[in-house]
Design a protein around this ligand. Structure first.
Ligand SMILES: Nc1ncnc2c1ncn2[C@@H]1O[C@H](COP(=O)(O)OP(=O)(O)O)[C@@H](O)[C@H]1O
Ligand SMILES: [Mg+2]
Length: 429
C-alpha cells in the first residue's frame, strides 16, 4: 500500500527535497500512469504536453525539448521546446548538423546521457553552439535520451535543469524505463503527422493545378473553335486540320483536368450535389451526354444504338452530375471498346427507378478485375498494356455520384466479347 510505504521511508532518504516522492514509492504507480497517458496522446503536441506536465512529478527540469533527425539522419531539428523560464534562445525550428553536436555519441551508446555541469563541460571541450545557448538560458545540467524506432534513430529528448547535478542514477533509470514508450508514442504521432502533411499538400497541389490548368485549356478550345469554324477568316484545309487536332488534344486535356478537379472537390467535401426536382432525364441528361460523347464514338467508327424503355417519369437528381456519369460510361465504352464495334445505351424506366446501361463490344475484363474498376486511380493492366491513357478516376467519380444519389453501379463482362456497365437511380429518395 502506498501509505505504508511512505511511512517506511528511511530517514536517510538520499534524494533532494524538491522531489516530492521517492522513486521506490512512486515508481510503479507513476511510471505506469505516465506511460499510459503518453500512449493515449493523439498528436505529437499532445504527447509532449503530457510529458511536460507529468514528468515534473518524477524528474526535475526547467526545460524539455524534442529534436528529430532529418535529412537522412544528418541534421538535428528541434520540434518542441518548453521551458519554465522566459528567455529562450534554442527554440522550435532550431537546427544543427549532427556532426556539429556531441549527440552522435548519445546515438551510438543508445542510452541516456547526463551532463552534470554544462559550464564545466564547456571548459573541458570546445563547447558546441547549442551548449552555449543553453548556458545563456541559465541552464546548468542536462539529460538526453536517444529515441529509436525499431533499430533506426529517430531523435532525442532533452531535459535540462537550472541546477548543476540535477540528474543522477535515479533519473537515468527512470528515463531508461520510459524511453521505449516515448519512442513508440512519438514515432507513431510523428509519422501520422507527416503523412497528414503529405496528404494535405497532395490535395492542395491537386486542387491548385487542376484549377489553374482548367481555365486556360477551356479558352484554348474556345479560341481554336473560332478559328476552325472560320469566324476569323477562312483557313486552308491543312491549316484547318492542324487547328482541329489542337482542339481535340485540348479537349482530351480538359477531360483529364476535369477528373482531377472532381476528385479534388470530392476529397475536400466541396463537390456539391444540387438535387433538382422534375428532371426530364432523357432530354436534360441523356441527349446532352450523347452529344458530348458522340465525337469520341465516331472517331472509333463505332455503331451507336440507343434504346429508351418504360414510361418516362420525372426524377429528382442533380442533372449535371448524372450527366458526368453518362459521359464517363459512354467515353469508356468508346475508349475501351472495339474499333468499329457496337456501343449501346439503354435507359429503362421501371417502377423502382431508372436503370441505365452502356454496353460495348470489346476486350472487357475478368471477374477479378471487376472489383478494382470503381476504385480511385485504378486502371486495369490490360488497358495500360494497350497504351490507352487515363487517370483511373472516371469510374471512381461515377461511383461516388451514383452512391450520393442513393443508387448503385455494377459491371458485367465476358472476356473478349463485351463490357456492360449499369447504374440505377431510385425513383424516390
Ligand atoms: N468499357 C470498358 N471495358 C473494359 N475496361 C474498362 C471499361 N471501362 C473502364 N474499364 C477499365 O476500368 C479502368 C478505370 O476506368 P476509369 O475510372 O474511367 O479511368 P480511365 O478511363 O481514366 O482509365 C480503365 O482504365 C479500364 O482499365
Ligand atoms: Mg475513363
Amino acid at each position: 500500500m502506498g501509505d505504508n510505504e511512505r511511512g517506511d521511508r528511511p530517514s536517510d532518504f538520499p534524494f533532494p527535497s524538491t522531489l516530492k516522492k521517492s522513486y521506490e514509492e512512486s515508481e510503479r504507480e507513476l511510471l505506469s500512469t505516465v506511460k499510459e497517458r503518453v500512449l493515449r496522446g493523439n498528436s505529437l503536441s499532445e504527447i509532449l504536453e503530457t510529458v511536460f506536465n507529468t514528468f515534473g512529478d518524477i524528474l526535475t527540469f526547467d526545460r524539455m525539448a524534442l529534436a528529430f533527425l532529418e535529412e537522412e539522419g544528418k541534421r538535428v531539428v528541434c520540434k518542441f521546446a518548453r521551458t519554465k523560464y522566459k528567455t529562450v534562445y534554442m527554440k522550435e525550428g532550431y537546427s544543427l548538423d549532427l556532426a556539429m553536436t556531441s549527440l552522435e555519441k548519445v546515438l551510438s551508446a543508445k542510452s541516456p546521457r547526463v551532463i552534470s555541469d554544462l559550464s564545466i563541460y564547456k571548459l573541458q571541450r570546445r563547447a558546441s553552439i547549442s551548449t552555449e545557448m543553453l548556458l545563456r538560458e541559465g541552464l546548468r545540467s542536462s539529460m538526453i535520451t536517444p529515441l529509436y524506432s525499431e533499430k533506426k534513430p529517430l531523435g532525442f529528448l532533452f531535459f535540462n535543469s537550472t541546477y548543476p547535478n540535477a540528474y543522477g542514477e535515479r533519473e537515468l533509470k527512470i528515463l531508461n524505463e520510459l524511453k521505449d514508450t516515448l519512442s513508440f508514442a512519438i514515432e507513431k504521432a510523428y509519422y501520422i503527422e507527416e503523412l497528414q502533411k503529405a496528404l494535405d499538400s497532395y490535395k492542395e497541389l491537386l486542387n491548385f493545378v487542376s484549377h489553374e490548368i482548367k481555365n486556360p485549356i477551356s479558352s484554348l478550345i474556345t479560341q481554336g473553335r473560332l478559328l476552325e469554324q472560320g469566324f476569323l477568316g477562312e483557313m486552308t484545309p491543312p491549316q484547318k486540320e492542324i487547328v482541329s487536332k489542337i482542339v481535340s488534344k485540348a479537349e482530351y486535356l480538359l477531360g483529364l483536368v476535369r477528373n482531377y478537379l472532381d476528385l479534388s472537390r470530392i476529397e475536400q467535401g466541396r463537390l456539391q450535389i444540387n438535387i433538382k426536382d422534375n428532371v426530364n432525364f432523357v432530354e436534360e441528361v441523356v441527349k446532352e451526354a450523347i452529344s458530348i460523347a458522340l465525337p469520341q464514338i465516331e472517331q472509333k467508327k463505332m455503331i451507336f444504338e440507343q434504346k429508351i424503355e418504360g414510361n418516362q417519369y420525372p426524377l429528382s437528381i442533380d442533372p449535371n452530375l448524372i450527366k458526368i456519369v453518362v459521359i464517363n460510361l459512354l467515353g469508356n465504352g468508346a475508349q475501351y471498346g472495339r474499333e468499329g464495334g457496337k456501343i449501346e445505351l439503354n435507359v429503362d424506366f421501371k417502377n423502382d427507378g431508372v436503370y441505365v446501361s452502356v454496353k460495348n463490344e470489346g476486350e472487357g475484363f475478368t471477374e477479378e478485375a471487376k472489383s478494382k474498376l470503381f476504385r480511385k486511380f485504378s486502371r486495369l493492366e490490360t488497358s495500360k498494356a494497350l497504351g490507352i491513357k487515363g487517370t483511373g478516376l472516371g469510374l471512381y467519380i461515377t461511383w461516388w455520384i451514383v452512391t450520393q444519389h442513393k443508387g448503385w453501379i455494377d459491371a458485367v463482362s465476358e472476356l473478349d466479347k463485351y463490357a456492360k456497365f449499369t447504374f440505377f437511380m431510385p425513383r424516390s429518395n
